[in-house]
Design a protein around this ligand. Structure first.
Ligand SMILES: C[S@@+](CC[C@H](N)C(=O)[O-])C[C@H]1O[C@@H](n2cnc3c(N)ncnc32)[C@H](O)[C@@H]1O
Ligand code: SF4
Length: 426
């Protein structure tokens, strides 16, 4: 498939340099997308457009991707460094980055080292599944500098794991945390999904209870999204599985809130729980808190940098391998296409702090007041109000009343199946 060539890589870099601001040093989040997994899970909406064979590629299938990724990093990195960008956080997500061998990971790390000054990194996270973890891989990750790991457990109910198409057992899930600690990784996250079709509240309650016994520094609880084209959404359509009703989804999430709150965790952004702010996902601070520019490398990555939204489509994989330097889309933010700003605005509203008008202007070049007055956002805010959102506004911020964020998020999710207020991590 040919991607529309909206702007050449050189023109794009010039446009970014013009709008990146005058600060001699600009902090940057670096995201690396690895579109490989050992299974295609029945619920997962990150991989809907990826064929199973390609997703599960063996090393020879992965090699062209790694070459393209390293080329893209080596092309953009030095130019962004010249403009003044210095990475402060790095996140490798997917897919499942730990599907890569240690040598494949080292090759990508070497490209990043050549391209950027990584001496200012304060956090480097990597996503994994329990079945893709082993002591050798973890040792290599530590040696490279990975200091935070995000493990997808989803559930500890063995039937639910099977129904969800996971490649790991309950036992492997329970073994993952001691293995991380043994490898010296003390900062880690556990992903759970609340409101899975077919899983009752008691089952999820037991999962949360058992996860808390593992004493994780960070827990993410994602209410289930029935995204079209996933196996589970098709099973719901054919009535092989039953969706939970809205009030059950809310009650299940509230039960998790109760348990996490009692165990001393607080929710700094919808679904993200920590005891200690030091364990927050620093990449999430960029993604949801409008903290600064972000460059995403890889076939399905998204970037917001120099007032531009850049992304590559998962479906354009072959085109990415041929020309990894040209993004599928390179869009300069304008008030003429306000819908392009749905994800950053929705993301910021899921945080306790809300949308900072100053940060929003720095990141997008636009006035939040003007954006909000567009027909698209006027209607968007009305829809959120209909979902139960209440807003609190000051001279500097617009935030959602924290008591209702989860209800508004779940209601919006159930009504639209479009990924909640803002699509989560990709
Ligand atoms: C990009 S996925 C990758 C994580 C890793 N590959 C794994 O499987 O654990 C990140 C997280 O998104 C969440 N997620 C994916 N699809 C979802 C859906 N349909 N509804 C709710 N959460 C979902 C899961 O909790 C998953 O761990
Ligand atoms: S949940 Fe993780 S392992 Fe499963 S398909 Fe999605 S990205 Fe891959």
């Amino acid at each position: 498939m040919n991607r529309p060539r909206t702007i050449s890589p050189r023109q794009l870099l010039t446009a970014i340099a013009e709008r990146a601001g005058d600060a001699p040093v600009k902090r940057l989040a670096v995201y690396v997308h690895i579109p490989f997994c050992s299974s295609k899970c029945h619920f997962c909406d990150w991989v809907t457009d990826i064929q199973v064979g390609r997703l599960r590629s063996a090393a020879d299938g992965r090699a062209p991707y790694i070459a393209a990724l390293c080329d893209q990093i080596r092309f953009y990195g030095p130019q962004l460094t010249r403009i003044g960008y210095r990475p402060t956080v790095m996140y490798w997500g997917g897919g499942t980055p730990t599907r890569l061998t240690p040598d494949e990971m080292r090759a990508i790390r070497a490209a990043l080292d050549d391209a950027f000054d990584l001496s200012g990194l304060v956090q480097w996270s990597m996503e994994t599944t329990p079945n893709d973890l082993d002591p050798d891989r973890l040792a290599a990750m530590r040696e490279m500098g990975v200091d935070r790991v995000s493990v997808g457990l989803q559930s500890l109910n063995p039937f639910q794991l099977r129904r969800a198409g996971r490649a790991h057992s309950r036992e492997q899930a329970l073994a993952a945390v001691p293995m991380l600690r043994q490898a010296g990784i003390t900062n880690f996250n556990i992903d759970l999904i609340s409101g899975f079709p077919g899983e009752d509240r008691d089952s999820f309650d037991r999962t949360v209870e058992e996860v808390l016994e593992l004493d994780p520094p960070h827990v993410s609880v994602y209410p289930y999204r029935a995204t079209p084209k996933t196996v589970m959404a098709m099973q719901l359509d054919r009535e092989i599985l039953q969706a939970h009703r809205h009030h059950d989804m809310v009650a299940t999430y509230e039960m998790a809130m109760e348990r996490l709150g009692r165990a001393g965790y607080h929710e700094y952004c919808h679904g993200y729980w920590v005891r200690d702010a030091a364990h927050e996902d620093r990449d999430g601070n960029y993604k949801y808190d409008l903290a600064g520019d972000k460059i995403g490398f890889g076939s399905g990555a998204e970037s917001i940098i120099g007032h531009h939204l850049l992304w590559n489509e998962n479906t354009a994989y072959a085109a990415y391998l041929r020309d990894p330097r040209t993004f599928s889309l390179a869009h300069r933010f304008t008030l003429d296409e306000p819908e392009r700003l749905t994800a950053p605005v929705g993301g910021a509203l899921m945080t306790r702090r809300g949308v900072s008008f100053a940060r929003f202007r720095r990141l997008t070049g636009l006035s939040f007041a003007e954006l909000r007055a567009t027909a698209y956002f006027t209607r968007w805010f009305e829809v959120l109000g209909e979902c139960g959102a209440r807003f609190v506004e000051s001279d500097t911020h617009l935030r959602m009343d924290p008591a209702v964020i989860h209800k508004a998020y779940i209601t919006h999710l159930v009504n639209t199946t479009a990924g909640g207020l803002a699509p989560r991590r990709a």
